[in-house]
Design a protein around this ligand. Structure first.
Ligand SMILES: *Cc1c(COP(=O)(O)O)cnc(C)c1O
Length: 383
């Protein structure tokens, strides 16, 4: 039971997945990135819908998420890849369940070999190389040793991919760094080829690079944020629209967050609303009490600044956001009643609360706000 609910729009998912498929064409594998509980949308809700519209390849960041995807989808024709950390016990679980994973340094690779040996079943790996993000990945100088290790343990490994990650393709300010990374990755690919290593999938592009640097697509793209109806940054959106000579955003937000009015009351002039003294009534003020607070992901920093929609009107949050409640000024919409729908993110009549307006506007804010949507709020699929 929950005091609010999240709606997931199936038609918006279909729209966004079509957009991505048209963008990359038929010959590039689309790996749907569903880390962070599918960017807050819910792995259990999102993955079956993505599957319904043709997605068969999923990328997650850890074994817990891989297990959630595994539970949500038919096993026989889906591929799941763990891009982040996987510890020694989880390695065996992953190999047993045909989950692929990145190896990014020798100890992880050795642990994978040991686990595969023990199980008598090869580990399916993606070799991650360092090209300049300086996070995870084999350094170029370690590749010779890597090849030796791969060669000596050939029967315990299936090399599925060779990959790297770009350090900020969503901003042109990083142009130099991104092009350097592309050059390094190319050298490494050649180095693999010259040593006669055949790697089926080569990948480096996330959403931003898929749009901004088409050459980075190779034969697989790892796309997260676009699926959920957002460009990684405004800059990437402007770049895309300018190239298309269009003003129409081709993506649709799939998430809405709603609740209902729990109580209404009127407060005489000269009083404070809620805890402390942050909101003072200088006239008779009608308020609606909303059963959502910071424990449900409505940030306390939205005290006296947040907006919600009720009866198609954009209304102010007044006073401090409490742990489980907040107050909204309905002085100009006195017809508001207990039980009325309240939109925290989404549309109501002509109005919209966007995910980014939900906090101080900053670059890449959608990622963080979406993943903060609590897991225990029920996700409901709507057409
Ligand atoms: C999160 C992530 C992606 C997807 O990024 P988007 O900007 O959401 O498309 C791709 N690759 C890796 C390694 C990631 O961690």
């Amino acid at each position: 039971m929950s005091t609010s609910y999240i709606e997931i729009s199936e038609s918006a998912i279909e729209n966004n997945l079509h957009f991505i498929r048209n963008l990359i064409g038929e010959n590039v594998v689309f790996s749907s990135v569903v880390k962070g509980n599918a960017y807050g949308h819910g792995i259990d809700t999102y993955c079956p819908l993505a599957y319904k519209y043709g997605v068969r390849h999923f990328s997650v960041s850890d074994a817990g998420e891989a297990s959630a995807v595994l539970d949500a989808l038919p096993k026989k024709d889906t591929t799941i890849v763990i891009m982040g950390m996987i510890d020694n016990q989880q390695l065996e679980w992953a190999i047993e369940n045909d989950i692929e994973f990145y190896v990014f340094e020798q100890d992880r690779l050795q642990a994978a070999i040991n686990a595969a040996q023990k199980l008598g079943k090869p580990a399916c790996i993606h070799i991650e190389v360092e090209t300049g993000m300086n996070r995870t990945g084999f350094e170029q100088r370690d590749l010779k040793t890597l090849f030796q290790l791969l060669k000596n343990n050939y029967t315990h490994l299936k090399i599925k991919g060779l990959c790297t990650h770009l350090a900020g393709a969503e901003s042109i300010a990083n142009y130099k760094r991104i092009t350097e990374q592309q050059k390094r990755f190319k050298r490494i690919i050649h180095f693999f080829q010259n040593n006669e290593w055949k790697v089926p999938l080569i990948h480096m592009a996330s959403s931003a690079a898929t749009i901004r640097y088409p050459r980075t697509r190779y034969n697989l793209v790892r796309v997260g944020i676009l699926q959920y109806g957002f460009f990684p940054t405004e800059e990437i959106m402007v770049h895309y629209l300018t190239k298309q000579k269009s003003y129409q955003n081709p993506l649709k937000r799939i998430v809405s967050w709603k609740t209902r009015v729990m109580d209404v009351k009127s407060v005489k002039p000269g009083n404070f609303i809620g805890y402390g003294t942050s909101f003072f009534t200088n006239k008779t003020t009608h308020v609606a009490i909303i059963p959502v607070g910071y424990s449900s992901g409505f940030s306390r920093s939205l005290s006296n600044t947040g907006k919600v929609l009720i009866r198609g009107k954009r209304l102010d949050v007044i006073g401090t956001v409490n742990m489980n409640m907040m107050a909204v000024d309905i002085t100009n919409v006195t017809e508001v009643e207990k039980g009325d729908e309240v939109v925290l993110i989404g549309n109501q009549e002509e109005q919209e609360i966007t995910v980014s307006s939900f906090s101080d506007f900053s670059q890449t804010v959608n990622y963080e706000l979406l993943t903060r949507l609590p897991r225990n709020i029920p996700r409901i699929t709507i057409p």
